[in-house]
Design a protein around this ligand. Sequence first.
Ligand code: ADP
Length: 314
Amino acid sequence: MQDEEERQLADVALRTANSIFLARQRAEQELIRTKEALEAKTEALAHALAETEASLRERDRARAEAEAARRAAQDANEAKGRFVNMISHELRTPLGAIGGYAALLDEGIQGELSEGQREYIARIRHNQTHIVRLVNELLDLAKIESGQFQMQLAPMPVQGVLDSVRTMIEPQVLEGKLQLVVQSCEPTLCLHADSERIKQIVLNLLSNAVKFTPPGGAVRITTEATTETVRLRVQDTGVGIPADRLEAVFQPFFQVEASQTRGGGGTGLGLAISRELARAMGGDLTVESVVSHGSTFTLSVPRAVDNPCERPSE
Ligand code: ADP
C-alpha cells in the first residue's frame, strides 16, 4: 500500500517536473523569438536613423548652397549698383560739360557758325542727349534691380498727369506730323502712385508711340477706371509689334528693329524700366499690337480710394 502511494507520488512528481520542463522550454523559445524581433526592430530603427541623418545633412547642404547663392547674388547686385553709380556720376559731369559748351557754341558765343558747323553741333547735342538718357536709364534700372528705388506713393488726380504729359509730348507730335488725342477723364478720378514715375512711364509710352508711328498717324490716350484700378491706354496707329516679340519688348536692351528708332534715339531700356516701375507701384504694364496697324500699351495703377485728391468746391 505504501509502495503504491510512493509510486503515485513519484509519478505526480515526474509529471510536474515534465510540465515544468516543457513550460520552461516554451518560455525559452518565446524569449528567443522576442529577442530576434527586437534585434530586427533595432536594426530597422538604426537604418531609419541613418537615413534621417543623411537627409538632414542633405537639407543642411542645400540650405548652405542656397544661402551662398543668395549672398553671391546680393553681392553681385550691390557691386553692380556701386559700379553703375560710379560710372553714372563719372559720366554725367563731363556729359553736362559737353552739352553746355555745345549749347554755348550754338548760341554764337564764340562767333557766328557756318551752316556745316551748326549741323555738327546739332549732332553733338543729339548724341549727348542720347548718352545722358542712357546713363539715367541704366541708373534707374540698377536701382530697381538692387531694391534701392524709393517710391513716393500718394493720391494724385489722373487729369493732372494727362495735362502735364500732353504739354511735354506736343513738340514731338508736331514734329512727327501726327494727331494727338487726349481723352479727358473725371476730374475726381485719382491714382495712388508716385507722380514723377507715373509721368515718366506715360511719357515713355507716348514718345514710343510718336517714334513708331509714320507721319499722318494718330496717338491717343484714354482712361478707364474700375473700383480698384485705373487703366491708362496709350494707343497708336504705327508699325506695330510682331506677336512673338510682345513680351521681349519689356526685356532690357531689346529693340524689335534698331533701324526703326528714328535718329538712333532709342536705348531699349524704357519699357523694361516702365514695367518695373508700374509693378513696384502695385500695377502693371502690358501691350497688345497688330503689325502695320498699331499698338496699345496699358498701364494699370491702383486707384486712390474715397477720392482723397478731390478738391472741395469753394
Ligand atoms: P526704345 O524705345 O528706347 O528702343 P523701349 O524699351 O521703350 O526702348 O522699347 C523697346 C522696343 O519696343 C522698341 O525699340 C521698339 O522696337 C518696340 N516698341 C516700343 N513701343 C512701340 C510702339 N508704340 N510701336 C512699335 N514698337 C514699339
